[in-house]
Design a protein around this ligand. Structure first.
Ligand code: DGL
Length: 279
């Protein structure tokens, strides 16, 4: 298993790191959280691409042999540029998420939720359309701050999610049977989201999906994962070995990362270094 570099705008990507450690408990991990410059979800493609490429190069210099772009916004807006910026293989979250949504949908219709920037890029819509899935994309900008506030199982969050999703699962999309979670923070909201979607809707988590794509990549090499190829691949039973060899790099306070990050990773975070990236 290669040393895996995980990039995110901040804390949220720890949900992806967690999913990766469940698949590869023994791998080495380098995690970069651009906490000084988050949120990415409200920024322009140019800015996000510039930040993400710097971070990707940093992770490559630190020894990452494979890069996982955990941030949905960075994947949606800047994946081709990140590919160009480094010489190691790069996997983003959009394609694997779309593939699992395709595998899970019978109606051929999905609702995608994410940040403002992810949704306006239509990266998910395009990836899903290429697999024959029609999608309705809905920006849910209030959900990230609610999760960061720790309100993951809170009536206010449930109300907000309910309003957003009612606006999505209607008209032509009342029959959608998949909700694709296109943001790093949303896996923490799964219980709330499952309660507010119509009965029978499957939640597809882009964090788990990318972990499976990395598994597929390490087995079959850098071939493009074809539609349906992840269908038979299952996540191993949850492992408690979340203490794999991990180093963390953050651009803002180490203390704050430790505090907030624990919530996302589900265990205490050590080995955090502050870094300043030169523009
Ligand atoms: N990591 C971002 C994403 O997955 C959410 C947080 C942000 O806006 O920076 O889209």
């Amino acid at each position: 298993v290669p040393t895996i570099g995980v990039f995110d705008s901040g804390f949220g990507g720890l949900t992806v790191l967690k999913a990766l450690t469940e698949v590869f408990p023994e791998a080495g991990y380098l995690y970069f959280g651009d906490t000084a410059r988050l949120p990415y979800g409200s920024k322009s493609a140019e800015t996000v691409a510039r930040y993400a490429c710097e971070a990707a190069k940093f992770l490559e210099r630190q020894g990452a042999e494979l890069l996982v772009i955990a941030c949905n916004t960075a994947t949606a807006l800047a994946l081709p540029k990140i590919h160009e910026a480094v010489s190691v293989p790069v996997l983003g979250v959009v394609e694997p998420g779309a593939q699992r949504a395709h595998a899970a949908s019978k109606s051929g219709k999905a609702v995608v939720i994410g940040t403002e920037a992810t949704i306006s890029s239509h990266a998910y819509r395009e990836a899903l359309a290429a697999l024959g899935i029609e999608s309705l994309e809905k920006a849910c900008p209030l959900l990230v701050p609610l999760v960061e506030e720790g309100w993951v199982d809170h009536p206010v969050t449930e109300e907000v999610a309910c309003i957003y999703l009612k606006e999505a699962f209607r008209d032509g999309f009342a029959s959608a049977d998949v909700l694709l979670l296109g943001c790093t923070h949303y896996p923490l909201l799964k219980p709330v989201l499952q309660r507010v979607v119509p009965v029978g809707v499957t939640l597809v988590d882009s964090a788990e999906s990318v972990a499976l794509a990395v598994l597929n990549f390490t087995i079959s090499g850098p071939t493009r994962v074809g539609p349906g190829q992840l269908e038979g691949v299952r996540l191993p039973e949850k492992s408690s070995a979340v203490r794999a060899n991990m180093r963390f790099f953050v651009t803002d306070s180490v203390e704050k990362f430790k505090r907030l990050g624990t919530r996302f990773l589900g265990c205490e975070i050590v080995n955090i270094e502050h870094v300043d990236l030169k523009e």
